[in-house]
Design a protein around this ligand. Sequence first.
Ligand SMILES: Nc1ncnc2c1ncn2[C@@H]1O[C@H](COP(=O)(O)OP(=O)(O)OP(=O)(O)O)[C@@H](O)[C@H]1O
Ligand SMILES: [Mg+2]
Length: 245
Amino acid sequence: MKDDGVALLSLSGITKRFGRMEALSGVSMSVERGEVVALIGPNGSGKTTLLNVISGLLFADEGTILFEGKRIDRLPPHSRSRLGVNRTFQMPHPFSGLSVLENVLIAARFGRRRHEDEERLAESILKLTGLSAFADTQSGSLNTGQKKMLDLAKALATGPKLLLVDEIAAGLSHGEMESISKLLGEVARTVEGMIVVEHVMGFIRMVTERVVVLDAGTKIFDGSFSDAVRDEHVREVYIGKGKDP
Ligand SMILES: Nc1ncnc2c1ncn2[C@@H]1O[C@H](COP(=O)(O)OP(=O)(O)OP(=O)(O)O)[C@@H](O)[C@H]1O
Ligand SMILES: [Mg+2]
């Protein structure tokens, strides 16, 4: 792991508009090497849009994105993936006619790790994500939780340096959240940085101490979890929307 003082990811003044609606307004943040950053905020605050802008699914209208010190904001998603930026989706859509293993193999072939033994890589990722028993299952028949695990497995198979995770724990029980948070802890050791999007503060507390909070497309907080839950603006946004951090 390089440590040349350059942030893994650095966003500066990211603005994204959909028509007249500004979904992101001048968002700046960085992810240092070895860091897991939680990106939180109420529904519609721009979390997924920010992941889309970082991964290249959407282009920002303004602002710059540096990955390992180099501009990536005009690159298409597959180029960013090859450089080591990949993500999971809030609503995963695997190739449903293909098996779980085939899905992961395609991602492995597409990603950075072409020199590795893809079969072995896929097997180890399926083990990590708890999907070994489903390797030959058609992925369209998986339940939502299993599809989210497959989506994570596909992202890992590309060999990401920066992994973006969108609401992987939404709708899970407390016990399930605990096991996913442990899994993310293991995943964090295999990548150089992560951004984890989630609503639920209880889950975030299990995952990391570094928090960025969005509200209506604006960054309102960037700091530690313990400061976030004491911050007046953060409390207002959550309690105002019926959620107590
Ligand atoms: N492709 C799009 N076209 C038009 N508007 C969009 C598009 N994507 C997102 N939006 C709008 O941008 C705003 C931010 O949406 P986004 O999905 O980023 O929020 P979010 O924080 O991920 O919300 P949630 O917690 O519900 O997933 C919302 O008002 C949403 O309706
Ligand atoms: Mg979202």
